[in-house]
Design a binder for this molecule. Structure first.
Ligand code: UDP
Length: 477
């Protein structure tokens, strides 16, 4: 037939919610708003439960094709002994072995969009002359630090955590040493090597999509675009296209509906939503203090509770699938005493539906980037409870620079996790739900909610920056 087929774009995220969500949102946007054909690759090996739920809830679209890569043989690798990033990257590397032959059979492929842990796709795509775009799914501040990392790696002796001064990425706000992301705290471990390997390859991309908009992180965006350091790397063209976040959960199960029904009965802005990401877990001692803190605050709450664990991100590979009852780890009588005031939910809540609800007044969050954007997009201020990865950086930026959050004191002088007591928790919660601090950060969250809407609508900067890239794909013959 002589009807030209639509331009085709393929996506590859590494496994896990945090990366799949923004790439899938972009994929849906390309299909529904920009008339693009999309193939979305899914890595099935090492899949998390949460990832499966995500695709189950998705309504099929005739021009968005999910392509499940065959599960790779991971038996040679001691996955359980590997750090999270090493495990993810190894699963990706093994799973994309058939990619070259799959891509070579695709017609009219204009671009291949991958996340930061999938840069192994650069080589097969280069052989096929397919431009690869990286979608950096975290903050601009982390991207700037990541682009700076190879230089730090060459020039700093010893560990970065032993530096005496904050890290000053050219043109960007300084990063406190205790906020440095976990992956670069110990340069000897495999996690660091994997992270450095991938970020050092960012400059090979045809462009970098970022899930921010210029008004959210103006200082960093200006630096990434204009500072000689970034220009000289050279940094590929950077396209700010955010905030792209998960839509309100289209399918709610019985438990989810109970949460929403409970929220329906609460006054406006009166409920604190407590959820620590897709894999966040706290110690048993901290869970006790958190529960007591909520109770003492006398504020309404929805608490997502997981089985305690000494490792902060312990639930990452099995998010939402606690097998035994986490309620049994809460202080005795807590659930009974807080009935009517609070609601305890096991493992997983429909986060966006909760944030979208008028009764939700604040979000106690681990400050993962998706959670951060979801909160801001719904005008909900935050209490930052950072746990792993780059969340300490996010929490500091949200409170000190952006002004939408108050930080809980869970980070010690050396960046270690410390236990916060019940009285401190109660004080911070009251201050955010009822006090002046709460009013200030809520106002800022609402301003950013509005600016996030404008930037994504026709004529807004994120909309236009995506439209320009699409135009360039469409104008190629
Ligand atoms: N999430 C959810 N329910 C929960 C916990 C998390 O729906 O109970 C979702 C949340 O909406 C977000 C994602 O899981 O889209 C977490 O991503 P984020 O980048 O914030 O954190 P990470 O995946 O790194 O923990």
């Amino acid at each position: 037939n002589n009807i030209p087929s639509k331009p085709h774009v393929a996506f590859l995220p590494s496994p896990g919610n945090g990366h799949i969500t923004p790439l899938f949102e972009l994929a849906q946007r390309l299909v529904t708003k920009h008339d693009i054909e999309v193939t979305f690759f899914v890595i099935t090996t090492g899949a998390t439960v949460a990832q499966n739920n995500y695709f189950n809830a998705y309504k099929p679209h005739p021009h968005l094709h999910l392509h499940h890569l065959p599960p790779a043989d991971m038996s040679p690798f001691p996955l359980d002994e590997m750090t999270a990033v090493a495990r993810l990257c190894t699963v990706v590397r093994e799973s994309i072995r058939p990619l070259r032959s799959i891509l070579s059979a695709m017609k009219n492929l204009k671009a291949f969009i991958v996340d930061i842990f999938c840069t192994d796709a650069f080589e097969p795509c280069k052989e096929l002359s397919i431009p690869v775009y990286s979608f950096f799914t975290a903050s601009a501040a982390l991207m700037a630090l990541s682009l700076y990392l190879p230089k730090m790696d060459r020039e700093v002796e010893g560990e970065f955590v032993d530096l005496l001064e904050p890290v000053k990425v050219p043109g960007c706000n300084p990063i406190r040493i205790q906020d440095l992301l976990d992956q670069i705290r110990d340069r000897k471990i495999d996690e660091y090597k994997w992270y450095l390997f991938h970020v050092a390859r960012l400059s090979m991309a045809a462009g970098i999509f970022m899930n921010v908009w210029d008004d959210l992180e103006p200082v960093t965006m200006k630096a990434v675009r204009h500072e000689p350091f970034f220009v000289n790397i050279p940094t590929p063209p950077v396209h700010t296209i955010g905030p792209l976040t998960k839509q309100i959960e289209p399918v709610l199960d019985r438990h989810d509906k109970e949460i929403i029904a409970w929220l329906d009965d609460q006054p406006k802005d009166s409920v604190l939503f407590v959820a620590l990401g897709s894999g966040g877990t706290v110690t048993s001692e901290q869970l006790t203090e958190l529960a007591w803190g909520l109770e003492l605050s006398q504020q309404r709450f929805v608490l997502v509770v997981r089985k305690p664990n000494d490792i902060p991100g312990a639930a990452f590979f099995n998010a939402g699938s606690d097998s035994d009852d986490p309620m049994s780890y809460l202080p005795e009588g807590f659930v009974e005493r807080t009935t009517g005031v609070g609601l305890v939910v096991c493992s997983w809540a429909p986060q966006v539906a909760v944030l979208n609800h008028g009764s939700t007044g604040a979000f106690m969050s681990h400050c993962g980037w998706n959670s951060t954007l979801e909160s801001i997009k719904h005008g909900v201020p935050m209490i930052g409870w950072p746990m792993y990865a780059e969340q300490r950086m996010n929490a500091s930026m949200l409170s000190d620079e952006i002004g939408v959050a108050v930080k809980m004191g869970v980070v010690g002088e050396g960046g270690e996790t410390v236990v916060v007591g019940r009285d401190e928790i109660a004080k911070v919660v009251r201050n955010v739900m009822e006090g002046e601090e709460g009013k200030k950060i809520r106002k800022r969250a609402r301003e950013l909610e509005a600016s996030g809407k404008v930037t994504l609508s026709c004529g807004g900067s994120s909309y236009e920056s995506l439209a320009r890239v699409i135009e360039s794909w469409k104008s190629e013959t």
